[in-house]
Design a protein around this ligand. Structure first.
Ligand SMILES: CC(C)(COP(=O)(O)OP(=O)(O)OC[C@H]1O[C@@H](n2cnc3c(N)ncnc32)[C@H](O)[C@@H]1OP(=O)(O)O)[C@@H](O)C(=O)NCCC(=O)NCCS
Length: 165
């Protein structure tokens, strides 16, 4: 039995704990480092809230910042965060809540907010074998622009997806 899911902007005070328990590895560092960017208006983060606790998140960069400490999957990642472009750096739903439409809610909220902020295109990278993620992006009208091989994982084919907002 699951509670009602709502999507809202992140509240770092109450969301960091639940998000840290659902995220792993590199994504935990993303959470630690996105707070200054959110405060400066260079990034927005939506959480999926179930009974007050975050069960998923979506992170979108709207302005490139020099203090970003994650490694870009390809050289265009900086351009994806400038001008008309915004970049969906991460979307994740806790395993227990997957296949319930939570990913779709987060993705649609992220698309709408990027559009509201005046962005025309939203971009993301995802691994070639992430079939579950592909079906979500395909259903939401994203298209595959090309494939790249991240410098930090040169054997891992990665899709560049684009959504016209
Ligand atoms: C990718 C991810 C975010 C999708 O989240 P999700 O909440 O499972 O997504 P949705 O529920 O909206 O859609 C997933 C499936 O559930 C189905 N679904 C949606 N609502 C449903 C409902 N009410 N009842 C039954 N099935 C439903 C959808 O049809 C979809 O099925 P399909 O993939 O076979 O077409 C999630 O799998 C995840 O966190 N993966 C790990 C992190 C990751 O890979 N992120 C992407 C990196 S870019």
């Amino acid at each position: 039995m699951t509670g009602e899911i709502t999507v809202r902007h992140i509240d770092f005070g109450r969301d960091v704990g639940p998000l840290m328990s659902l995220l792993t590895g590199r994504d935990r560092l993303r959470l630690e480092h996105c707070e200054p960017a959110v405060r400066a208006g260079d990034c927005f983060v939506f959480v999926a809230d179930e009974d007050g606790a975050a069960v998923g998140w979506a992170v979108v960069h709207t302005n490139y910042r020099d203090d970003q400490d994650w490694s870009p999957p390809d050289e265009d990642t900086k351009a994806f965060q400038q001008g008309d472009n915004a970049y969906l750096e991460n979307i994740e739903v806790t395993a227990r809540q997957r296949s319930n439409g939570v990913g779709r809610l987060l993705l649609e909220a992220a698309q709408n907010e990027a559009k509201r902020l005046g962005k025309k295109l939203l971009w993301l990278h995802t691994s070639e074998n992430n079939v579950k993620a592909h079906s979500l992006f395909d259903r939401e009208g994203w298209t595959v622009e090309r494939s790249v091989y991240p410098p930090w994982k040169p054997t891992s084919k990665t899709r560049v997806y684009r959504k016209v907002l």
